[in-house]
Design a protein around this ligand. Structure first.
Ligand code: ARG
Length: 450
């Protein structure tokens, strides 16, 4: 069934049907019915429908809603889209009275409404899920205690830090990813219902009434903008893509950590996969797929941006493609958050101590504390490190003579305190890699996640 056959003399060709019908909107069923319930109540309140008509349609829609929520709604191959399916089923239930439901409405404002209702719920879910993953990281940070690892720049060992500090860096990234969904929510949370096809209606519709009854923070200010804009969808997909990018970076590290070369972590068997060929392998496929799926979600963002760029106002059928992209992006993120969370929860950390050279900067800073210009200190310690590295020795192996040669102000006692642990203990920067900072961060993070 179509909603537009009146002026047509031929039936739609099979090819037109194949090409234009996209069943991915079926997941908007419940939202479509809820939107219709609000619409019909508004039509009754402003007197466009009388009391009996309003009650008759609303009762039919309630029955339909129950069917949909119970998963018992029966689709027909002939339904052009979710909106048509609802009207078809309503007609089966209440007869010709269903013909008044679409009064003062177009599928253009309707589909936009459905998607906004759907994405409000999805955003709420992602906000909760992202916070859960941040909490997993916080718990791992707590478990890590005062274990020290190297921080890396350029994938080269840099300065020693508490393992907890490294893990919490991801938790903070996730807090911003979560907040981004909250920010996007505000722009999703505007009702387009009443905009009609493009310009509203001569009937006395009340867009604010439907906006209120559906819990929106407001209604559209311009009907053409309301039916023709999809920046709220693109922004949602950006939130998904950026969150996936965070997960992808974390996933990349989860892969590295589990290598024999890093030796930081072991994941439980239930979160690794085997090799069909090499019996010794336990592969971090979950992390690899999170990284891989990120590429496809970035593709969805590209779809949304490209979809909008050449579109004249107002609604154009191109916009139908927004749903595939946003559903794919959102589904991918939802699953990746859960899977990465499960894999991380199964992690047992056992990182080896960092190289002794990670305290080279501390040694230079000791000289700075004794009044030496940093440039001179850097040069002196750099020379010492070069000699030791060439001989395959550790920083702690430097003799009193070598220290004095490097700089007259250096003494063996400096090396005794400049272990990786000693370096972390002496770290003074707020928010830096010290246990004090980790404790503060955990408190701040718990507050942010509450
Ligand atoms: N399936 C369409 C979409 O997703 C619904 C709106 C159709 N509107 C129209 N004028 N053909 O965008």
């Amino acid at each position: 069934m179509t909603l537009w056959g009146g002026g047509f003399e031929e039936r739609p060709s099979d090819l037109l049907w194949q090409f234009t019908v996209d069943r991915s909107d079926r997941r908007l069923l419940v939202d479509d019915i809820r939107g219709s319930l609000a619409h019909v109540a508004m039509l009754g309140a402003v007197g466009v429908l009388d009391e009996d008509e309003t009650a008759g349609i609303a009762t039919g829609l309630e029955t339909l809603l129950a069917e949909a929520e119970a998963g018992e709604f029966v689709w027909s191959d002939g339904d052009e889209d979710v909106h048509t399916a609802v009207e078809r089923r309503l007609t089966e239930l209440i007869g010709d009275a269903a013909g008044k439901l679409h009064t003062g409405r177009s599928r253009n404002d309707q589909v936009c409404l459905d998607l906004r209702l759907y994405l409000r719920r999805a955003a709420d879910e992602r906000v909760v899920q992202i916070a859960e993953l941040a909490n997993v990281l916080a718990a791992l940070a707590e478990e890590a205690g005062d274990t020290v690892v190297a921080s890396y720049t350029h994938v080269q060992q840099a300065q020693p830090v508490p393992l907890a500090h490294h893990l919490l860096a991801y938790a903070w990234m996730l807090v911003r990813d979560r907040d981004r969904f909250r920010d996007a929510y505000a722009r999703i949370d505007v009702s387009p219902l009443g905009a009609g096809a493009s310009a509203g209606s001569r009937l006395p519709l009340d867009p604010h009434l439907t906006a209120d009854s559906l819990g929106f923070r407001g209604a559209f200010a311009n009907s053409m903008d309301a039916v023709g804009s999809r920046d709220f969808v693109a922004e949602y997909v950006f939130c998904c893509a950026q969150s996936m990018v965070t997960l992808s970076r974390l996933a990349e590290e989860m892969v590295l950590w589990a290598t024999e070369e890093y030796g930081w972590v072991t994941y439980s068997d239930s979160f690794t996969t085997g090799s069909s060929a090499m019996p010794q392998k336990k592969n971090p496929d979950v992390a690899e797929l999170a990284r891989g799926k990120t590429a496809t979600v970035i593709g969805d963002l590209n779809t949304l941006m490209t979809l909008q760029k050449g579109l004249p106002l107002t609604y154009n059928r191109d916009l139908q493609e927004d749903k595939r992209a946003v559903f794919h992006a959102d589904d991918s993120l939802a699953l990746a958050l859960a899977a990465i969370g499960g894999m991380l929860e199964s992690a047992v950390f056992h990182p080896p101590p960092p190289s002794s050279m990670v305290t080279a900067l501390d040694l230079a800073e000791v000289l700075v504390e004794r009044g030496i210009p940093f440039r001179e200190a850097h040069e002196a310690v750099g020379g010492l490190v070069a000699t030791l590295v060439a001989e395959g020795r550790k920083l702690a192996d430097a003799t009193a003579g070598e220290l004095e040669t490097a700089h007259v102000q250096l003494v063996p006692g400096d090396l005794a305190i400049l272990t990786p642990e000693g370096s972390v203990e002496a770290r003074a920067t707020a928010g830096g890699g010290s246990m004090d900072s980790v404790r503060t961060q955990l408190t701040q993070l718990r507050a942010a996640l509450r």
